[in-house]
Write a protein that binds this ligand. Structure first.
Ligand SMILES: [Zn+2]
Length: 299
């Protein structure tokens, strides 16, 4: 158990239907931390060789005294396992990515049939592909790793749009990525994308023609000029963290947050810089540069 769990114990997991006390069942399965799930033996026996062996020789149940068998997994994992093995009583796609990855790890141990697993994984990925195109997804790092893990390369590429903000130098992030994806390449692909993005920031800045539009005070000395370029780069880097960045009606200045209250994106602009510039033309140039900017891993 994590130290964090000892200090802030998570709410006890209560088995929901069809595994709760009110559901029909002839046996209990107990998770590693003691949560009980009421199950029907014959359902599990038909779904998994593991349970067939587990229930072998177990006497028939008496209604008031159902046998209780221990399973090594924690309650959310055991719940996920039962959802997969039961004829779908519950929407399996509600299983989170963390426990989906866990199911892959224990697939052999519990003899989860390949067909059930494939159907489940395809549904999970499918739903999140749609979400990833429309807006935000929960646990993008987990989804990216999952897609790598099961060889869904195009989907991994799509999910990589949502990972521009993660800290690839954080050992914990890097370790989890490699462990969950079971592939060092999953990490290398993201590092490579990050490197290409950093290099391509120059093209974004170039589109904004700073040499042409900075006022004399801000372009007169190299030191001042480069300090402002650096601020613009920073503003661009932050604006481009979005999975699908767009220079919309707000135009270039708004996209970069140059008048923003958000300090991470604001550049202390002076009213003479970019004075009288054709903003539509500039925004078009920026939009074209943003469209060419690296947004996803290459395979
Ligand atoms: Zn100026």
């Amino acid at each position: 158990m994590d130290i964090e769990d000892l200090i802030f114990p998570r709410e006890a997991f209560l088995a929901p239907p069809p595994f709760d006390e009110g559901s029909p069942g002839d046996c209990y399965l107990q998770s590693s931390e003691g949560t009980t799930f009421k199950v029907l033996r014959h359902v599990l026996i038909h779904s998994s060789r593991y349970f067939e062996r587990l229930f072998e020789g177990l006497p028939p149940s008496r209604p008031r005294d159902l046998p209780k068998l221990h399973v090594e997994e924690d309650a959310p994992t055991l719940h996920a396992l039962l959802i997969i093995l039961y004829p779908v009583h519950e929407d399996a796609t509600k299983i989170g990515i963390e426990h989906t990855l866990k199911l892959i790890e224990i697939q052999d141990k519990y003899n989860i049939p390949g067909s059930a697993m494939t159907f489940f994984l395809t549904s999970i990925i499918g739903i999140n592909v749609q979400k990833a195109r429309d807006g935000l997804i929960d646990d993008p790092t987990g989804l990216y790793s999952l897609a790598w893990r099961i060889g869904f390369q195009l989907e991994a590429q799509l999910f990589s749009h949502h990972l521009h903000g993660i800290d690839l130098n954080d050992e914990k992030v890097a370790g989890e990525l490699v462990r969950n994806s079971n592939s060092l390449k999953a990490y290398i692909a993201l590092s490579d994308l990050r490197r290409r993005r950093e290099a391509a920031l120059d093209d974004i800045i170039e589109a904004l023609e700073p040499r042409k539009h900075f006022c004399v005070a801000h372009s007169g000395s190299d030191m001042m000029f480069f300090a402002f370029i650096s601020l613009m780069k920073n503003a661009s880097r932050n604006a481009l963290v979005a999975p699908w960045p767009q220079v919309n009606e707000g135009g270039a200045i708004s996209f970069l947050g140059l008048q923003s209250e958000d300090e991470s994106r604001a550049v202390a602009w002076c009213s003479s810089c970019y004075a009288g510039v054709d903003m539509r033309r500039l925004s078009d140039r920026l939009q074209k540069a943003v469209e060419k900017y690296p947004q996803e891993i290459t395979m």
